[in-house]
Write a protein that binds this ligand. Structure first.
Ligand code: A3P
Length: 320
């Protein structure tokens, strides 16, 4: 194996030997674990997460497929939950000096990364945490407690393009570039980190229909179209609705502005800093638009992915 894999725990190495694997996007291989694809280090962290995480009723968990608007959702949820302590208009707001991934840690890249088991009971409440793990594979206490889950979903066309460009940008030099065609076929076959995308979306979608108080299902495109409406919806869901007074003072607009693509992209910390897994923050802010896939996909590709979506999502009520 590669140098990276040699650092894994014995338990994780054993598991990797027993599960299917495919070529990775930016690692030599990805492995199928509990029905979804991920990298060796992610599997190791997920095993630790399953063993050690204990949800509290007040926890807020942000869940996404990679490249669906995770950074945006983290900024928004942090700004909403902490707005009494840190008004969104403040010159000292933590989002002006830290990347959202440093304020809202991922279970799999931060909290349980590198075989560590931190004491999370000391975190201020409500605890705000994030994950790419599919609903079915969340730690049981997350499903069984009254903690809340917010999911953001993005149309598969844009998510694919964002993933493909991102993977090629942060790929180590030892991994050959992935062509658009190769990446596209892997995406359509489900072989992408935390995919297949349809299983990921449907897992959270179905739960949001069955337990609307537990799971809030948001869409990137809807948020782009009407951010104020969705900020209100999110604040209400999180149990801290904006008061009339706050609305009149323009607090909703302040949060929207602070978390906007334009604002975050231009901050020094996001131009020159690094956050998760030593990735340069600037790669997390590319275009932030809806429909950029039109510039990349051939008509045949559009047809192929449209068919995959019809086949996998039809009847679920989830549409793009
Ligand atoms: P593009 O590559 O299409 O530009 P994630 O945060 O899950 O990694 O998703 C990354 C995508 O969200 C990228 O899409 C990125 O530009 C976009 N993005 C980052 N911050 C954003 C923000 N504040 N508002 C809207 N989109 C944002």
């Amino acid at each position: 194996g590669s140098g990276e894999e040699e650092k894994l725990t014995h338990e994780c190495k054993e598991l990797l030997l027993s599960v299917p694997r495919e070529r990775g996007w930016r690692t030599p291989f990805i492995y199928q674990f509990q029905g979804f694809w991920c990298q060796p280090k992610e599997i190791q962290a997920i095993l630790s997460f399953h063993k050690h995480f204990q949800a509290k009723d007040g926890d807020v968990i942000l869940a996404t497929m990679p490249k669906s608007g995770t950074t945006w959702l983290k900024a928004i949820a942090f700004a909403i939950l902490n707005r009494k302590k840190f008004p969104a208009f403040s010159n000292n707001h933590p989002l002006l000096f830290s990347n959202p991934h440093d304020l809202v840690p991922f279970f799999e890249y931060k909290v349980y990364a590198n075989d560590q088991v931190p004491d999370l009971s000391i975190l201020p409440e409500p605890r705000l945490l994030a994950t790419h793990i599919p609903f079915a594979s969340l730690q049981e206490s997350i499903k069984n407690s009254s903690c809340k889950i917010v999911y953001i979903c993005r149309n598969p066309f844009d998510t694919f393009i964002s993933s493909w460009i991102f993977s090629n940008k942060i790929r180590p030099e030892t991994i050959p570039p992935l062509s658009l065609e190769e990446g596209f076929n892997m995406y359509c076959n489900g072989a992408i980190g935390f995919g297949p995308f349809w299983d990921h979306m449907l897992g959270y979608w179905k739960e949001s229909l069955e337990r609307p108080d537990k799971v809030l299902f948001l869409k990137y495109e809807d948020m782009k179209q009407g951010i104020a409406f969705h900020l209100k919806k999110l604040a209400k869901f999180l149990g801290c609705p904006f008061s009339l007074e706050e609305e009149e003072e323009g607090v909703i607009e302040d949060v929207a502005k602070l978390c906007s693509f334009e604002k975050l992209k231009e901050l020094e910390v996001n131009k020159s800093g690094k956050s998760i897994m030593n990735i340069e923050n600037r790669h997390l802010f590319r275009k932030g638009e809806v429909g950029d896939w039109l510039n990349y996909l051939s008509p045949a590709m559009v047809e192929q992915l449209t068919q995959v979506m019809e086949e996998k999502l039809s009847g679920s009520g989830l549409e793009f």
